[in-house]
Design a protein around this ligand. Structure first.
Ligand code: GLC
Length: 413
């Protein structure tokens, strides 16, 4: 055999080996899941490890991008506008499925939605198609220092005025310059949209009616003035315009806050080993404006399959698992993420881990959704930048309300 033929054959064999190797590699499906950093990624990871163990050949990695919902949306907008196939599964804030479906960025995920809480069945069903499945429920709550309220003989406040009075009483008694009365989100982030809407809704007002703008400028002024008043009177700290959701969580957890407006995830962390307030925290409905009703903002996150994923079937299978009752229960117990299934709110294991979930179902079920529109990004920006400008002292509450109205008029007609 000539040396030429030998090297040709060797080359052929090598080629076969390479092909066999390639098949072995491609037998493994790698899925990449986008998870919000506010949604307990480390705990989702433990579930993904279990999923990998149960599904040989599937590898799942997590990607995080941006620390707030709006920054994450910006990141996803960039990836999906480029039709980038690198993300298979997307954890989406409850306000996004409408926009993502309209843009053609998510694949319909066939499923019967009747077992989920209604708000999430609705948020994920766009034009009759189920475009994502619920990951966890959420709403804004009032976190409070039970130990301090008890010490001063105070009940959790039912109105914002009562809250201000209670905060002052505690401040007078504690004489601790580092103790803030109230922490809420004043930074120009998605959470600030809810900051604005909570006292606005509490006055019985809506933003849209039958898809049309129905804005009440006076109620908006009152809402902005309420928050600015907290900063001006020293109930909240002066630089509240710089505070994002996780700042509130950290400051409360460090023992520097009496009352905090925050979402479900903050509970598990407040009870952790490195928390200064473990065992001292209560959670209640958010207060109302005087004479108004107690209102809160509907939050939550959903699992979508990217329309550009090259692993549609495997991604849909994973999403079905991540949205299952088993997973919802696990995340409730380990991450204090609110269940998307009604029966879990009274589940003994769940209420043992998070006792206040036993009373949380009706709060989630009566929480109000932010306006549902494919142009939600613009709605959000109009509101959150104005809330921030008012709190920073750059705009008055009355001018801020007029600006929000003018901007919303151009977006929602
Ligand atoms: C929470 C909520 C989400 C909301 C966000 C704002 O993560 O679940 O719906 O938009 O906070 O910061």
């Amino acid at each position: 055999m000539s040396s030429g033929r030998i090297s040709k054959m060797a080359g052929l064999l090598l080629g076969c080996a390479a092909a066999a190797f390639a098949t072995a590699v491609s037998a493994e499906t790698a899925l990449k899941v986008f998870v919000t950093s506010q949604g307990q990624p480390a705990i989702w990871r433990t579930l993904l490890d279990q999923y990998e163990a149960r599904n040989p050949g599937i590898k799942v990695s997590i990607e995080l991008g941006g620390t707030t919902s709006d920054m994450q949306a910006q990141y996803l907008n960039t990836v999906l506008t480029a039709k980038d196939s690198s993300l298979d599964v997307l954890m989406l804030d409850v306000i996004r499925p409408a926009q993502f479906a309209a843009a053609g960025w998510t694949s319909p995920v066939a499923s019967d939605m009747s077992s989920y809480l209604r708000a999430y069945a609705e948020a994920n069903t766009i034009d009759g198609k189920v475009v994502a499945l619920p990951a966890f429920a959420d709403s804004m709550f009032l976190y409070y220092r039970k130990d301090l309220l008890d010490k001063y003989g105070l009940q959790p406040p039912k109105t914002w005025d009562e809250l201000a009075d209670a905060a002052r009483k505690v401040a007078d008694g504690e004489k601790n310059p580092n103790l803030q009365g109230l922490s809420f989100q004043g930074k120009a982030i998605e959470g600030a949209v809810c900051t604005f809407l909570v006292p606005y809704w509490s006055q019985g007002k809506v933003v849209t009616k039958d898809g049309k703008l129905d804005f009440d400028r006076e109620a908006a002024t009152k809402s902005l003035a309420l928050w600015k008043g907290f900063a001006d009177s020293g109930v909240a700290k002066k630089n509240i315009a710089e505070v994002a959701t996780d700042d509130t969580r950290k400051e409360f957890q460090a023992g520097n806050v009496v009352f905090a407006v925050n979402w479900g995830y903050a509970w598990a962390m407040s009870q952790g080993a490195d928390s200064a307030v473990s065992g001292k925290v209560g959670v209640a409905r958010l207060p109302a404006v005087k004479g108004g009703e107690q209102a809160t903002c509907l939050g939550g996150w959903e699992w979508g399959v990217s329309a550009f994923s090259k692993n549609q079937e495997e991604a849909k299978k994973l999403v079905a698992y991540l949205s299952s009752p088993e997973v919802s229960k696990y995340m409730a117990i380990n991450g204090s993420l609110l269940p998307t299934y009604a029966n879990l709110y009274k589940d003994a294991d769940v209420t043992k881990a998070v006792p206040w979930f036993a009373d949380a179902q009706s709060i989630v079920e009566t929480a109000k959704p932010r306006p549902v529109t494919p142009r939600y990004n613009e709605v959000s920006e109009a509101i959150r930048t104005t809330v921030n400008a008012v709190l920073a002292g750059a705009t008055t509450p009355a001018d801020g309300a007029a600006q929000i109205e003018a901007r919303l008029k151009r977006i929602i007609r």
